[in-house]
Design a protein around this ligand. Structure first.
Ligand SMILES: *[C@@H]1O[C@H](CO)[C@@H](O)[C@H](O)[C@H]1NC(C)=O
Ligand SMILES: *[C@@H]1O[C@H](CO)[C@@H](O)[C@H](O)[C@H]1NC(C)=O
Ligand SMILES: *[C@@H]1O[C@H](CO)[C@@H](O)[C@H](O)[C@H]1NC(C)=O
Ligand SMILES: *[C@@H]1O[C@H](CO)[C@@H](O)[C@H](O)[C@H]1NC(C)=O
Ligand SMILES: *[C@@H]1O[C@H](CO)[C@@H](O)[C@H](O)[C@H]1NC(C)=O
Ligand SMILES: *[C@@H]1O[C@H](CO)[C@@H](O)[C@H](O)[C@H]1NC(C)=O
Length: 380
């Protein structure tokens, strides 16, 4: 098969018009929904630019530098939090990419260009199925079980167990989370992982990234919780367009703001996808660090609340960039940014700035390259 046609890229510019000055309550500064995030280096090899990501092996103590033990690391994090003022705080995120899925196998089999422009748009090839919601291969299951052994081997050295677990709503992530953490932290019944829509893989085009219904997930994962507002059906995925990288970074920034606002834990686990990992690293200014399937890396993140948040001037343009994995070979996927996609980006931009200061976002115009969104400021 020969894949020739036009490359469908789209650029979505979201313009937010601010009609009044910010009225964010100053008493809430400490838990502001808006903060800046910074990766803190010095603890893990993976945050150093000199570390070779290809030869890096997370099995080697998750990259903890040799001048730390898990106990002295914990003390150092405790000290950072103890010595910081009310606008600054630190968390450690154990970020895990799901184990190998059927879509990963297919992408290697066909090669990335043919995968992106053709095979990813299908649910399978007759002998292998990867969509919707690609599942783990036996190797993927093994990787997750092997990680469970790895974590168990670190426990005698004071490894800080995550106090809460967050999962992408894709079953390959929830299964990975379960195989890795079940008999370490979940079986005890003290923690119940939380499904977050903001942790799903890059939205759109790829059938492997279309999620199952809430009812299905509830039945398959009775011990998991759903974040507030988690809807029954996948309303975000669309076959026509794909979320750009910039939008994904806004989405992960909004995840981080949620995390700080809703969870006092210092140590949390996040199980998701490669695209989520790169957006998360980007949201905190960590160097790029690509993870193989099943890999886990800790990231130390500092958050500073924005004091007296100053809204951008009227009609500030937030560029969310071009489609993240636009086909580099040819395939017709349609070039119109759908209104659904545009309102998705506006939703994430809304979270990124401030939810409290306005209530409704309306898409006012959409062209093939631009979406304009108007913020209606609530008056009370
Ligand atoms: C910003 O928007 C307000 C309300 O629409 C308007 O009165 C004001 O003139 C605008 N300011 C600028 C600099 O465009
Ligand atoms: C460990 O080494 C790193 C540099 O690689 C340094 O930033 C950090 O302060 C050192 N920590 C201790 C406790 O020695
Ligand atoms: C990084 O590691 C890979 C795999 O071991 C190796 O092929 C590559 O040359 C290394 N890169 C550098 C810059 O050392
Ligand atoms: C399994 O875990 C061991 C020890 O942590 C590691 O050395 C090995 O590479 C892992 N194997 C796979 C296939 O992930
Ligand atoms: C809080 O501490 C941080 C880090 O030391 C500092 O940059 C910031 O200005 C402090 N904020 C206040 C309100 O003191
Ligand atoms: C379908 O894809 C898998 C890899 O994902 C491959 O092993 C298999 O041979 C393919 N089937 C056909 C009929 O091409």
């Amino acid at each position: 098969m020969n894949f020739t046609a036009s490359i469908a890229l789209f650029l979505s510019l979201v313009s937010v018009a601010w009609a009044t000055t910010n009225r964010f309550p100053e008493s809430n500064w400490g838990t502001s929904r808006y903060g800046t995030f910074t990766s803190v280096s010095g603890f893990f090899l993976q945050s150093d630019s000199s570390t070779n990501a290809t030869s890096f092996d997370f099995n080697d103590n998750l990259g903890l530098k040799p001048n730390y033990t898990w106990n002295s690391f914990k003390n150092a994090i405790e000290e950072l939090n103890a010595n910081s003022n009310e606008t600054t705080s630190y968390k450690v995120i154990f970020f895990g990419r799901h184990g190998e899925g059927y879509h990963n196998v297919a992408e290697s089999y066909y090669g990335t260009p043919a995968w992106n422009c053709y095979w990813s748009l299908l649910t399978g090839n007759g002998t292998s199925t990867w969509g919707p919601d690609a599942g783990l291969t036996p190797k993927g299951v093994f990787q997750a079980q092997n990680n469970s052994d790895l974590i168990k081997s670190l426990l005698p050295y004071g490894f800080p167990l995550p106090q809460n677990f967050y999962s992408s709503p894709m079953t390959r992530a929830a299964d990975t989370l379960t195989y890795t953490w079940n008999d370490i932290a979940l079986k005890t019944g003290f923690v119940s992982p939380i499904f977050k829509e903001s942790l799903r893989e890059t939205i759109g085009l790829h059938r492997c990234d279309e999620r199952r219904s809430k009812t299905y997930l509830k039945e398959r994962y009775p011990d998991f919780q759903f974040e507030n507002g988690f809807v029954e059906d996948d309303l975000l995925w669309t076959k026509d367009t794909q979320e750009p990288d910039g939008a994904k970074v806004l989405r992960l920034t909004s995840f981080l703001n949620d995390l700080w606002a809703s969870d006092p834990s210092t140590y949390v686990s996040v199980t998701a996808h490669s695209g989520v990992g790169s957006a998360l690293l980007s949201a905190v200014g960590h160097r790029s660090f690509s993870l193989s399937t099943g890999a886990i890396i800790p990231i130390v993140v500092r958050r500073d609340s924005i004091l007296g948040f100053v809204p951008p001037s009227n009609a500030t343009t937030v560029s969310v960039g071009t489609s993240a994995t636009a086909p580099s070979c040819t395939v017709s996927i349609g070039s119109l940014a759908s209104s659904k996609t545009a309102s998705l980006y506006s939703q994430f931009s809304k979270d990124y700035y401030q939810t409290e200061s306005y209530s409704v976002l309306t898409v006012t115009s959409i062209s093939t390259t631009t979406a304009t969104v108007t913020a209606a400021i609530s008056t009370n």
